[in-house]
Design a protein around this ligand. Structure first.
Ligand code: FEO
Length: 397
């Protein structure tokens, strides 16, 4: 296993998790990587982040392809979440003489995750000179956890922002432009929607904070997926600028789950009605759709029609599961409509409302409910209900 040279003095020494298919609920059909980087100066070498615990041998093997790991003088913990530093204690055992630093929040996090382990705090006023290669540190609380921090190497003009600008994709390419910029930005968008969506305002502030430093950036080297350089840097910075609640398009989603097909019939006609207004529409059956991709689609949509058949006076479990997933991500500034079929008792709509209103969805439409199987008149009405959603989306543009 080999390191990959990133700049004259920086090497990628991360781990490839080709087989990962689930990142606590976020499906990862293309796997994931846990990137770590060596920054080599004349008098010292820093290892920026380690890896998920099972991948420590891979990390050490890659480091060994360029240097003896025992000669590393500094370990930087940008983020204590176990995908990046679950293996910290094992790595420290192989690199016994290195100083270990983290943000102030990271110091607490390292102790919490590693049995009281004590490391040094660094912040924006600290400068670590590795001998011609200088490291600076920017605390970035909540990008993604309170402890998160960006590291910057002045001479290599390289930003090491941990979770920010990452993607869950495992490939033999290390650079976004090698993989294809369009696809890399699309992967970054799915990652942003499913990991960073609730933190969008803080992420935007973090980016402004980095740009305010005036530090030139030739390379953005995140801790997941592909690295950005050249046009890729412009593309990913511009994309991050659009992925917040103020950038919603004339687009609506129909997200539903069905028991005997009646709610499916309604969903399709509602989608027809939305489309008839000229609003873009995407339809997702929760039984067969990727949760991550639905959430990605929500990033620039203004409205969602949520549909569930009623079972036991409530919603079907797939809708309950998805709304719980969404409750953590809290999309902002969105409207919703509720629909579905029922047998002897209604109830799914009540549970969906109880889940959606605390998330922040406004529900300005009457619920659209049909008993048993929709009649032709019901389907015509469903299409009209969809038109009303489409018109409201346009009105709020
Ligand atoms: Fe990739 Fe917040 O860890």
């Amino acid at each position: 296993m080999r390191a990959v040279q990133v700049t004259e003095h920086i090497w990628w020494v991360g781990a490839l998790d080709w087989g990962l298919r689930d990142f606590h609920g976020f499906e990862t059909p293309h796997g994931a990587t846990y990137n770590a980087y060596l920054v080599r100066g004349e008098t010292g070498t820093a290892l920026v982040d380690t890896t998920k615990a099972p991948f420590v041998p891979e990390l050490l093997a890659r480091i060994s392809s360029v240097m003896d790991p025992a000669e590393i003088t500094l370990i930087v913990v940008n983020h204590v979440e176990p995908d990046h530093n679950g293996g910290l204690a094992d790595v420290m055992a192989a690199i016994p003489n290195a100083r270990v630093v983290a943000s102030a929040g990271g110091v607490t996090g390292v102790a919490d995750y590693h049995n009281g382990l004590v490391v040094d705090a660094v912040g924006p006023d600290d400068v670590i000179d590795l001998g011609g290669r200088t490291l600076r540190f920017l605390p970035m609380p909540m990008v993604h956890w309170p402890d998160s921090m960006f590291t910057y190497c002045l001479e290599e003009k390289t930003l090491l922002p941990n979770d920010a600008f990452g993607q869950h994709v495992c490939t033999d390419a290390r650079w976004a432009d090698e993989h294809g910029l369009d696809e890399a930005v699309a992967e970054a968008r799915t990652y942003y929607a499913n990991i960073l969506m609730p933190l969008g305002a803080l992420v935007s502030k973090a980016i402004a904070k980095v740009l305010d430093t005036g530090w030139p950036i030739d390379v953005i080297a995140p801790s997941h997926g592909l690295m950005w350089r050249g046009e890729g840097i412009d593309r990913i910075l511009a994309a991050y600028g659009t992925w917040d609640a103020s950038q919603r398009l004339e687009k609506a989603l129909v997200v539903y789950t069905t028991m005997w097909g009646s709610t499916d019939m309604l969903a399709r006609r509602i989608a027809d009605g939305i489309a008839a207004t000229g609003v873009d529409v995407e339809l997702y059956d929760l039984a067969v759709s990727s949760i991550a991709k639905i959430t990605d689609a929500m990033l620039d949509s203004r409205a969602v029609a949520f549909g569930s058949s009623t079972i036991h006076r409530g919603m079907l479990f797939r809708m309950a599961g998805y709304l719980h997933y969404l409750s953590g991500l809290k999309p902002k500034g969105m409207i919703a409509g509720l629909f579905g079929s029922y047998g002897w008792s209604k109830g799914a709509e009540k549970q969906m409302r109880e889940a959606l209103e605390p998330i922040g969805f406004e529900i300005p439409f009457e619920d659209f409910l049909v008993k048993a199987k929709p009649t032709a008149a019901d389907l015509t009405a469903a299409e009209a209900w969809g038109r009303a959603i489409g018109e409201e989306v346009k009105a709020r543009g």
